[in-house]
Design a protein around this ligand. Structure first.
Ligand SMILES: Nc1nc2c(ncn2[C@@H]2O[C@H](COP(=O)(O)OP(=O)(O)OP(=O)(O)O)[C@@H](O)[C@H]2O)c(=O)[nH]1
Ligand SMILES: [Mg+2]
Length: 580
């Protein structure tokens, strides 16, 4: 099977090896591995907290994969047929085996350090639909996918045959979701997409059909070439129904619809057709990629020694002077951080105002005889839970802001670098545009990193709740006028005093809370700044090396150089790549 295709791919491999083209080479290796293993791969994607892991848990029938309201999944989790156990595949090639799913909690987003060493995690379960080499892949949340990507997720997406796209039916479709659909899935030929409108339990039952219809219409309008296949679903209901053996609820949850869809997809004729089509598409993509890489090499090989030297000098000079520009960039980051802090402070202030009036109301209405107990136990518990709620609501929002900051930093770096080097590199009017320095900082970042940063940060915020934050309030219990047993009219007299002391102390709590939020914003902004700079410097280095390699070739001998150029032409011609 696939003999002709395999021969073609082998040819690509030898070209990629000859010119040391790492990216195509990796894609070729993956394609060969996939043809060899003949797996049928379903990948579950979607923005964070849309219920991807819960969806898979529902299919497993138990809460095996970690889930959470804040970004959780930080690894690729490959569900595969087999006796229950887990294999952790590390990047260094080692494999660790575990028998308990508890180990998965070690690799969630808030423990980024652990997760970052992992290539993928293989979760084995004896589920009937996984028989015959079907894989079901859970992925980290794609937050703002247009701009943010996880290297690992993006490596896996092209390898999939079918995509389950999880949507939160409570919220309108986001631009980033559309962009992901067009730029990442459809552009790679991945058009077998099943949309799952999750959180069906969280909307009004009567409205659900209308909501699903609206989502369908929006998707259809934006993607007219796609047949929109959408299933309303509630992962939480499905999991509950299975635990309680409630078949009616299981029906309502949409579980059977999903199951039917998966079974139909696995049915052999559709599978054979689909895999063959995907392999051909991927081979075509590799051919395109090779052509692109070879054209770039050709471009470089056609430059004169003088042009190369000039470019190199300009890039070097730019690198030396970048501190001047970086001062502006730092100022930009600080400005953004300042704005974020102001926004957060406003939200904190409104939140505390509301909390204060609720507290006062509760104190005013209190009529029991255990006032001190009420003050010692109930009030801090209420404050803690409200603050926790605020953090849960606000952390994802901050997450998006910080991610956007990272993207704009990368954009500024790329544009400025290209413009400045380009302008400096033009010795005369004649120098064509193609000969300008072309350095692109990949418009990617790592949701693993960003979600990990944010969650690491968010957990420090949560820690503050357990720490000293509420001390000023709790200390009020020790005030001399508050006694263990207080009669009602004693209490009535004291109330104004208690309320005014509470207001003062609440201000201190608000101030500390705000400080924690500010530190959190600053830390994360600094981290994304560092990461953007790092990637930018890597891009410059790559370009410097490419120029250097080309200079070496020229320096060695003109004969070598001619031969190199001839080889590129031959390669391009032999695969008819020039016509692409
Ligand atoms: N009410 C309701 N809650 C759900 C449903 N599906 C998931 N949740 C909850 O939503 C939160 C996010 O679910 P996850 O399964 O972790 O979402 P995810 O897409 O895997 O998130 P990341 O891994 O962070 O990208 C969890 O608290 C789930 O319990 C659903 O259908 N209904
Ligand atoms: Mg998840």
């Amino acid at each position: 099977m696939h003999t002709a295709l395999l021969t073609e791919i082998e040819q690509y491999r030898s070209t990629a090896e000859q010119f040391q083209l790492q990216q195509p080479l990796q894609h070729i290796e993956h394609l060969l591995q996939d043809i060899e293993s003949d797996a049928y791969t379903f990948i579950v994607v979607g923005e964070f907290s849309t219920g991807k892991s819960s969806f898979i848990n529902a299919l497993i029938g138990e809460p095996l994969l970690p889930v959470g309201v804040i970004p959780t999944t930080a690894t690729i989790n490959v569900l595969q047929y087999g006796e229950p156990h887990i294999d952790i595949h590390y990047l260094d090639g080692t494999i660790e085996q575990a028998n308990s799913s508890a180990i998965l909690d070690q690799f969630i987003a808030k423990r980024l350090d652990d997760a970052s060493h992992i290539n993928y995690i293989n979760v084995f379960q004896p589920l009937s639909f996984l028989k015959n080499n079907v894989l079901l892949i859970d992925t980290p949340g794609l937050n703002d996918v247009n701009e943010l990507r996880s290297d690992i997720t993006y490596q896996y997406i092209p390898r999939a045959h079918i995509v389950f796209f999880l949507l939160d039916c409570r919220t309108p479709l986001r631009q980033s979701e559309f962009t992901f659909l067009t730029d990442t899935l459809l552009s790679q030929g991945l058009d077998r997409i099943v949309f799952v409108a999750n959180f069906a339990d969280a909307v009004d039952e009567a409205e659900l059909p209308l909501i699903v219809e609206r989502i369908k219409r929006e998707l259809q309008a934006a993607l007219p070439e796609l047949t929109i296949d959408i299933i309303p679903f509630s992962a939480v209901e499905a999991i509950d129904a299975i635990a309680e053996q409630d078949d009616e609820l299981l029906h309502i949850s949409g579980y059977y619809d999903v199951h039917k869809k998966i079974t139909a997809l696995c049915e052999s004729s559709s599978r054979i057709e689909e895999t063959a089509r995907r392999y051909k598409q991927r081979a075509a993509h590799i051919q395109f990629e090779l052509a692109d890489a070879l054209q770039q090499l050709l471009l470089l090989s056609e430059q004169t020694e003088l042009q190369l030297t000039m470019q190199k000098e300009k890039v070097d000079a730019w690198q030396e002077q970048q501190h001047i520009f970086l001062r502006d960039l730092e100022a930009y980051r600080d400005e953004q951080v300042h704005d974020f802090k102001q926004m957060a402070s406003k939200s904190v202030a409104t939140f505390f105002k509301k909390m204060e009036s609720e507290l006062i109301e509760r104190i005013e209405l209190y009529e029991g005889s255990q006032f001190v107990h009420f003050f010692e136990k109930e009030i801090p518990a209420m404050l803690r839970s409200k603050m926790k709620h605020w953090m849960e609501q606000y952390a994802p929002h901050l997450h998006v802001l910080i991610s956007k900051l990272e993207q704009s930093l990368t954009d500024v770096l790329t544009t400025t670098l290209q413009q400045r080097v380009y302008i400096q590199a033009i010795p005369s009017e004649e120098l064509a545009e193609s000969e300008s320095v072309n350095i692109r900082v990949q418009k990617t970042s790592d949701p693993l990193l960003t979600s990990g940063l944010m969650i690491g940060g968010a957990s420090t915020l949560f820690l503050a709740l357990g720490g000293t934050l509420l001390l000023p309030i709790m200390a009020m219990v020790g005030l001399p006028y508050l006694q263990k047993k207080m009669l009602q009219d004693q209490l009535n007299k004291l109330r104004p005093q208690v309320i005014s002391d509470l207001q003062v102390n609440l201000l201190t709590v608000q101030h500390d809370f705000e400080q924690n939020v500010h530190t959190f914003i600053e830390d994360n902004a600094n981290k994304v700044y560092d990461s953007a700079l790092k990637r930018y410097n890597e891009a410059i280095n790559t370009q410097q090396q490419a120029i250097y390699a080309q200079q070496q070739r020229i320096a060695c001998s003109a004969q070598d150089e001619k031969e190199h150029q001839q080889n590129i032409y031959t390669a391009l011609n032999s695969y008819k790549l020039l016509t692409i």
